[in-house]
Design a protein around this ligand. Sequence first.
Ligand code: B1M
Length: 210
Amino acid sequence: MADFESLTQSVISGREAQVREQTAAMVAAGVKPLEIINQGLIAGMNIVGPRFKNGDMFVPEVLMAAKAMAAGIEIVRPLIADTDMPSIGKILIGTVRGDLHDIGKNLVAMMLESGGFTVINLGIDIPAEKFVAAIKEHKPGVVGMSALLTTTMLNMKEVIDLINEEGLQVKCIIGGAPISQEFADEIGADGYAPDAASAVELCKKLLAAS
Ligand code: B1M
């Protein structure tokens, strides 16, 4: 049977088939599902995050690692009651109106999931009204918006304005290549993250403070 260390290594290396095999072997050997998740699968992504941030890993490798981790979670999830599934908070995420870029946004969503958050990923080209309707339905602690175009980044303000108009209690974070802390301050966002690993840290910080 594989040990946690080798499962963690398989996640980091993005070896999906091996993660499946090792996870299934651990389940068959009676290892507790939550231990497999926390000490094997999430432990791997906890190493991937900082490596990506430091430039020691690149986008394709991170996507492969996240996919490998998700393959392991898929095997273990049916064995865990929904209420026991570890979640440290709910995040709603989407790419704003007019913008079809989703590689970075999906990476952020995957890293958040790997970090223990429940993520509702709305997709691309999401108008303010749809963000607001989803906030009312899912009641997340944080709403995350992504934009890759200098034209569509302006639509982030529409979302924040509508959230404020409706009096909804939710923290707003933004990110994407053209976004800066200065722009976040200008439109009244609660935070800006330059990359996926920082987005995880930011969400943890915002939820701890609220
Ligand atoms: Co587009 N595109 N694109 N494109 N595209 C850019 C963004 C561009 C910089 C290319 C260029 O001209 N040099 C340029 C924008 C110029 C500008 O506005 N200043 C551009 C353009 C002009 C366009 C079109 C208008 C082209 C055209 O049709 N004439 C068009 C627009 C379509 C639309 O959205 N309406 C368009 C279309 C496309 C494709 C569909 C072909 C494709 C997108 C496919 C997809 O996403 N499924 C595409 C791509 C791939 C790119 C580039 C090459 C790569 C973007 C990417 O995925 N990067 C891009 C050039 C570039 O950036 N080098 C470009 C990798 C990704 C991991 O990084 O998304 O930055 P990024 O995400 C990072 C961080 O920003 C951050 O974390 C991520 C991970 O570290 N982050 C967040 C992102 N979201 C976050 C949210 C957070 C926190 C952090 O909190 C919620």
